[in-house]
Design a binder for this molecule. Structure first.
Ligand code: ADP
Ligand code: MG
Ligand code: MG
Length: 372
């Protein structure tokens, strides 16, 4: 818990700090909601301490975010959007004019206006939410698509480089405690049987068939704020991993997080299936905003992307289990192995339905093409 009355003066708030409290259910940064008084009116802001254990260069990360959000705001204003400042995060400058401020302990802080009358959901409750969230991520990519200037910094290098994730698994196996290695034997086999899949998107990026774009890279439902009244996707948040990538990573992670029939760490793997209705909702939403800039190879790999990101996530849980649970927080022994098993059960559910998913991609993209 930080004393926010000491953080507030680092920013050019032009309002008086009243009080602050920890906010939201994010796992990475320390997020606070802070109320201010502006000539008798109460307004609130989000102050966030960036987790510099995860993000080694918070200032470079903030430079990325400043560039992307400024560009998005310019585009929204140009388009005459009536709610431009609610549709993108915007950074409040520090008193010395930066998009971040460093406190006396060396922590890096940022401040955003609080997006009112909207919220993020930890769990999807309806098709509508899945559709709106996917549409909002597509819009975010579209706004960032023509970002001028040099390449964004990779805040976590090789974040979605699946072949490198498999290499890391190989190294973890070599060093692992023999008991853990034995316990994970079946899962290790699942991963290596799909070695070719791990290379598919990175190969397409290398050959230029899939372009590198500005992508979000953490496309969970709770990173889109949905309007309290209309459920419309209002604003994409949590831009720490916004960096060069493939749209397939963003869409694939939406499939991974929005389409299972159970929670992420379900232990009874027999209950884990794929919701095709959710997949279709994601496609409808995503293609309604992204089809104008996607190329055919990207569209053709949307179903596969769900498989890839699920495989990658399973590989990461498995690696962490073999390394002795050093990265992901665990609640019990074997938690990471259970998480891996859940991912791999979902992976198999995707594999079983991949032909239907491919058909849906063609049908929905055809419909969207007819509408424009
Ligand atoms: P983390 O990386 O830790 O997930 P987030 O940036 O997603 O951090 O923020 C944590 C939570 O704070 C979000 O899930 C959301 O509920 C809330 N939040 C963040 N920024 C805003 C904002 N500008 N307006 C309203 N709520 C916000
Ligand atoms: Mg978040
Ligand atoms: Mg985050």
């Amino acid at each position: 818990m930080h004393d926010l009355s000491r953080i507030a003066p680092l920013f050019d708030m032009r309002a008086d700090f009243v009080h602050a409290y920890p906010y939201g259910s994010g796992h990475i940064n320390d997020t606070y909601c802070a109320w201010y008084d502006l000539a008798g009116h109460r307004i609130r802001y989000i102050h966030q301490r960036i987790n510099h254990k995860v993000f080694k260069d918070p200032v470079a990360l903030m430079r990325n975010i400043e560039r992307v959000t400024r560009h998005a705001l310019e585009r929204l204003v140009e388009q005459g959007h009536p709610e431009a400042r609610r549709r993108t995060l915007t950074t409040i400058p520090s008193v010395d004019g930066h998009a971040w401020a460093i406190d006396p302990e060396g922590n890096c802080w940022r401040t955003y206006p609080f997006i009112e009358r909207a919220r993020g959901y930890d769990e999807i409750q309806s098709e509508k939410q899945a559709e709106e969230a996917a549409k909002a991520f597509g819009e975010f990519q579209k706004l960032a698509a023509d970002l001028p200037g040099e390449r964004l910094l990779e805040t976590i290098p090789n974040f979605h480089h699946t072949p490198k994730r498999l290499e890391a698994l190989e190294q973890a196996i070599a060093k692992a405690d023999p008991q853990r290695r034995e316990a994970a034997k079946a899962e290790i086999e699942v991963a290596f049987a799909r070695e070719d899949d791990t290379r598919r998107v990175t190969d397409l990026i290398e050959s230029g068939e899939v372009p590198e774009r500005v992508t979000h890279n953490d496309t969970k439902l709770n990173n889109v704020l949905l309007d309290d009244v209309t459920s419309e996707g209002v604003c994409v948040i949590d831009l720490d991993t916004t960096m060069p990538g493939s749209v397939l990573y963003d869409f694939g992670d939406m499939v991974r997080t929005a389409c299972p029939t159970t929670r992420e760490d379900e232990v009874d793997v027999s209950r884990i299936g794929l919701r095709l209705d959710r997949f279709e909702a994601l496609l409808r939403g995503y293609l309604s905003s992204a089809s104008s800039f996607l190329n055919q190879t990207e569209v053709d790999h949307l179903a596969f992307s769900g498989k890839l990101l699920t495989l990658e996530c399973g590989i990461r849980f498995l690696t962490d289990f073999l390394e002795g649970d050093v990265y992901f927080k665990t609640k019990r022994p074997g938690h990471n192995l259970d998480r891996c098993r859940a991912q791999f059960a979902f992976l198999k559910a995707i594999e079983a339905k991949l032909p239907q998913m491919e058909d849906m991609v063609q049908t929905v993209s055809g419909k969207v093409a007819n509408m424009v």
